[in-house]
Design a protein around this ligand. Structure first.
Ligand SMILES: Cc1cc2nc3c(=O)[nH]c(=O)nc-3n(C[C@H](O)[C@H](O)[C@H](O)COP(=O)(O)OP(=O)(O)OC[C@H]3O[C@@H](n4cnc5c(N)ncnc54)[C@H](O)[C@@H]3O)c2cc1C
Length: 487
């Protein structure tokens, strides 16, 4: 019997598996593909995802394989530099191929003790009061306490669960592939610059070893099960650019649409959904992978708490309450961006107007904080502005704050040096540090780095420890600060 079976070992499934392993949860990840994907989508890890990686000690591994870029031009590819003083120690975009992110996250999950079984497609399941029986394509049946569908936009788990996935079907499709060109680089660059001024769904970018990443609008909405041919690319390149650039020797060819859909529920009993299984939208602004990884980060500690037996009654349901509105907002911003990508005169006029408005710092900042997810504020009820937001990676006496969150536990950051986490010390660390760069006396951080309480009163703190971390293990004893360190 496993505690959790995860269907799908993409970035969401791998991140969730690692988060669960931090709490010794027995995890099996079932992945239908026998080999990791070779399909390269250049993906940007945005500020909040980079912060998550820093919180779990994974950032250096990601940095080794990616290239730091400025955080500008994210919203509908409108070319504006980011505001200067973005409130993050990781204020850049990390360009890194999706298969590399997936590999690093999977390696991390297995190093932490998760089992990953490739060639294991989930085809059915039944749930009862005690757990879920999961059926594989070869007929094998496995038992776990919970099942999480991280199996992508066409999620089998979501379909079997009968959860609706309302939204809009694809209206446009885009061809994407990697291939060689038969004309000089300067010729390609000149044409791309000319067309790219008005057509944001067209580019040819050098991709190393003489290959180019090619993106061009498709002729219409086709059968997604059928991959496009090289001839489809040639035809569309001629239609858009007047030349097919002599493209040849494709390494892979693919197409993607702009379907936009959101699952009606993220949880039914012991079965949950995360990542693309819960939401799909066009890739404008590069948000999908980031959103899924952040779902996993929100869900991991809550599901672990449920399994370890200390979760307060409603903790697991806060996953949907917090993350579904975030996805709704991403869906909306991608809808808006797609309109701004249209070459029709009306949307082009709106684009010019928004380009002007982005000269106002507040507008630019609002859009950047939205796309990079550092502006998220969960609804934890009435309270100061910081409540429900993530705390940036502050300086603390032992180094950086995020270095104290590697183990996925809560943290009391206490400038008064007189508070205690008492009977919650088995789940919550305590750093007494009057020098911490905070302008409030104390904050209680959840394992995902969001501020769950602000104050200086022990009784009020105890109430909030109960709200987020359940009943104390030792109700009567006060604890001394724990010597927390990166671990
Ligand atoms: C062209 C393009 C560019 C993009 N660029 C960006 C970007 O720059 N930034 C960004 O953040 N996002 C980007 N995205 C979106 C991103 O690729 C997805 O949001 C992300 O892959 C979702 O991750 P996931 O783990 O939730 O799902 P997936 O990556 O779809 O992973 C699901 C996994 O589940 C497996 N699976 C499916 N069914 C089963 C089953 N029945 N049993 C077991 N396993 C199963 C699949 O094989 C797969 O490995 C882009 C998408 C496209 C198409």
């Amino acid at each position: 019997m496993f505690d959790v079976i995860i269907s799908g070992c993409g970035s969401t499934g791998a991140m969730l598996a690692a988060e669960l392993r931090l709490h010794d949860v027995r995890v099996l990840v079932l992945e239908k593909e026998t080999e990791p994907p070779s399909f390269v989508r250049i993906v940007g890890l945005h500020m909040r995802s980079l912060e998550l990686m820093a919180m779990r000690g994974l950032l250096d591994r990601m940095l080794e394989h990616g290239r730091r870029r400025p955080v500008g031009g994210l919203f509908a590819a409108i070319d504006k530099p980011a505001p200067k003083d973005l409130d993050s120690a990781h204020a850049y975009l990390l360009g890194i191929p999706q298969p590399v992110i997936e590999r690093l996250l999977e390696e991390n999950a297995t190093q932490l003790g998760a089992q990953v079984r490739r060639g294991g497609a989930v085809t059915g399941f039944e749930q009862d009061d005690k757990g879920v029986t999961v059926e594989l394509a070869d007929g094998e049946r496995l038992r776990s306490r919970y099942l999480v569908g991280c199996d992508g936009g066409r999620s089998t788990v979501r379909e079997l669960l009968g959860v609706g996935f309302p939204g809009e079907p694809s209206r446009t499709e885009t061809l994407m592939g990697e291939m060689k060109v038969g004309v000089p680089q300067e010729e390609v660059a000149a044409k791309v610059a000319e067309i790219g001024r008005t057509n944001k769904r067209f580019w040819l970018r050098p991709f190393g070893e003489g290959a180019y990443s090619v993106v061009v609008p498709a002729a219409g909405v086709g059968d997604r099960a059928e991959p496009p041919t090289l001839e489809d690319f040639r035809q569309q390149l001629r239609a858009v650019a007047g030349t097919d650039f002599g493209v040849h020797s494709p390494r892979w060819l693919s197409r993607f649409g702009d379907a936009t859909r959101l699952a009606e529920r993220y949880r039914v009993g012991r079965v949950l959904l995360a990542g693309d299984a819960a939401h799909i939208h066009p890739p404008t602004g590069g948000q999908g992978l980031n959103l899924g990884v952040q779902d996993a980060f929100n869900l991991g500690w809550k599901l672990a708490a449920q399994i370890r037996g200390w979760a307060p009654e409603t903790l697991l349901d806060t996953y949907q309450a917090e993350r579904r509105p975030v996805a709704e907002d991403v869906l909306d911003n991608t809808r808006a961006q797609m309109e701004l990508h249209s070459t029709e005169p009306g949307p082009q006029a709106v684009r010019r107007l928004l380009t002007e408005l982005m000269d106002f710092d507040e507008v630019n900042r609002h859009l950047i904080e939205k796309i990079t997810a550092i502006g998220i504020r969960y609804d934890f009820g009435e309270g100061p502005e910081l409540l429900g937001r993530r705390l940036p990676d502050l300086d603390v006496k032992s180094g950086r704050l995020y270095g104290l969150l590697h183990r996925g536990r809560g943290l009391l950051l206490d400038r008064t040096e007189r508070l205690s986490v008492g009977g919650w010390a088995d789940r919550v660390d305590h750093l007494a540090d009057p020098t911490a760069a905070l302008d409030v006396p104390c904050v209680l951080l959840r394992p995902d780095g969001h501020v769950a309480w602000i104050g200086d009163d022990q009784r009020d703190l105890d109430d909030h420890l109960s709200r987020w971390f359940g009943k104390p293990a030792r109700p009567d004893r006060r604890s001394a600060p724990t010597a927390t360190r990166p671990g």
